[in-house]
Design a protein around this ligand. Structure first.
Ligand code: SAM
Length: 478
């Protein structure tokens, strides 16, 4: 290929020769000035792909994957429908492990300037279940579909996942994806047909009109039950028979249906906000139960709960091991569980020690769940606050020098600079930093090192098989 073909908007064909952190495939063009590098996310060494150029720079270009033309020699055939959320499902798990481990450790060296990462690296924890491991899925409706057989777009009614690289086209899920509940996904087509036959239209993302928007499903592995939420706009809502829809879903899922919710959302964006709104309970209950490490958790639709619960037990075991390591006097100080979600980590620590534990999360529903869960688990030495972490630490300066241990588990974007500064001011001796994004965790390492913390141990957990994502647990001490 010629360098002249690398123009914004052009579709190019390249062979991937290497894979970088985050599942970014790399292709190269030889030029008299050295290699020109082309990045194509969600591709792997050995694949021949077509990709759209989205950014052209002097030495490299960023592209979006359009299609995989030829599989990599490393890939195997799988009986699942390929979806954009599981781009590496055809790669053996051992190959995924090697690339995740190598690229993550490299990020800690490059961004975190952590030159002894190999020495402090503790364990790569594999997911106990490689397939059907997720406990939550979000399916989109769209009036613009993509037929996987004819490889053509169609106007009509689709329910499934977004086509790679688009926010407006949906590929119908004709058979299960291999990462969520097999029985449910094989019935999704029936839900799609029911909705389509109602005569109301699927959402048209570019025009921002239509009725059916999302179907969100949460699964309890403990009870083998499903909690569903249908998100619609309110356009012509009076024409939709919710009673008949409820009867249909009850009939379809039988005892497996824990509850069915409906949410109206007229938000024109295509973000997480578009899935939330005031819920109406159409059937059953609005929460499901899950057991983790002997504790019981009630979870609502909005509350964060680790998406791979069997692997989360291993993640939490390692987190607790790090929190207790060289920390015999943990019960003398306060333990803070920042970004606590439904309070899982805080409750496990509280159940194993006499320490006073404080949990903070911004989602009020999650904190409500956390409080109820603590009562249910008969844990008294824990207190939960619904607040922004930064504001909470600002409003409660009295905790400074009283905190022995901090657990940090921020969302993918990481902790804000301001909040990290406040965490550092708390002057805790032990920080266990759990992260679903090693890049932002590595970024924050520099500040922790400058504040006198040393990275003692780091483990990676394969919470998300078949994606480029990996969870990391780092133990810092001073
Ligand atoms: C990765 S989850 C961690 C959840 C929990 N530790 C667990 O394992 O279940 C990140 C959490 O951070 C919360 N969050 C995001 N931004 C926040 C903020 N500014 N202040 C407090 N919590 C926040 C989210 O609601 C979410 O529950």
């Amino acid at each position: 290929m010629e360098l002249a073909e690398i123009k914004r908007g052009n579709i190019i064909t390249v062979t991937i020769t290497d894979t970088a952190f985050g599942g970014k495939g790399i292709a190269k063009i030889n030029t008299p000035d050295g290699d020109y590098v082309i990045f194509v996310p969600n591709t792997f060494t050995g694949q021949k792909v077509s990709a759209r150029v989205v950014k052209r720079r002097k030495k490299h270009a960023e592209c979006k994957l359009v299609e995989i033309i030829e599989k990599s020699h490393l890939e195997e055939d799988m009986p699942f429908q390929p979806i954009s959320g599981a781009p590496f499902i055809n790669l053996p798990i051992a190959v995924q492990k090697e690339f995740k481990k190598d690229t993550c450790l490299n990020v800690y060296k490059r961004i975190g300037r952590c030159n002894n990462i190999e020495e402090v690296f503790d364990k790569y924890i594999e997911s106990p279940e490689v397939f059907h491991y997720r406990n939550k899925m979000e399916y989109s409706f769209s009036a613009i579909g993509y037929d996987l057989k004819t490889k053509e777009e169609f106007d009509g009614f689709a329910l499934g996942f977004k086509k790679r690289g688009t926010w407006w086209i949906v590929e119908n899920l004709e058979k299960e994806s291999g990462i969520f509940d097999e029985e449910f996904e094989n019935k999704l087509n029936l839900i799609k047909s029911y909705c389509e036959n109602s005569g109301l239209p699927a959402w048209h993302p570019p025009k921002k009109v239509g009725f059916f928007r999302y179907l969100v499903v949460r699964k309890s592995y403990k009870d083998n039950q499903l909690l569903l939420k249908l998100v619609t706009s309110d356009t012509n809502i009076e024409k939709f028979d919710f009673k008949a829809f409820t009867d249909f879903v009850v009939n379809l899922l039988g005892d497996r249906l824990a509850g069915l919710l409906h949410t109206i959302n007229n938000d024109i964006g295509d973000n997480a906000q578009s899935r939330i709104g005031d819920d109406t309970l159409l059937y059953g209950k609005s929460t499901i139960n899950e057991d983790l490490l002997g504790l019981s958790f009630e979870i609502s639709m909005q509350s964060f709960f680790q998406t791979n619960p069997k692997c989360a037990e291993l993640l939490y075991n390692k987190t607790i091991e790090y929190a207790l390591e060289g920390n015999e006097n943990i019960s003398d100080g306060v333990v803070m569980d920042l970004f606590c979600g439904t309070g899982t980590i805080g409750q496990i620590i509280a159940s194993k020690t006499n320490a006073k534990v404080i949990g903070v999360d911004i989602v009020e529903e999650a904190i409500e769940n956390a409080k109820e869960n603590a009562i249910k688990n008969n844990i008294q030495n824990v207190e939960f606050f619904a607040a922004d972490v930064n504001k909470f630490l600002f409003e409660y300066p009295e905790y400074q020098n009283k905190i022995g241990t901090i657990i940090l588990d921020p969302p993918r974007a990481g902790i804000s600079g301001k909040a990290l500064k406040r965490v550092i001011e708390l002057n805790a001796k032990h920080i266990v930093y759990v992260s679903c994004n090693p890049a932002t965790q590595a970024r924050d390492m520099e500040d922790l090192f400058s504040a006198g913390y040393e990275l003692k141990k780091l483990s990676l957990v394969d919470q998300f098989p078949h994606t480029s994502h990996v969870e990391a647990i780092a133990l810092f001490q001073k």
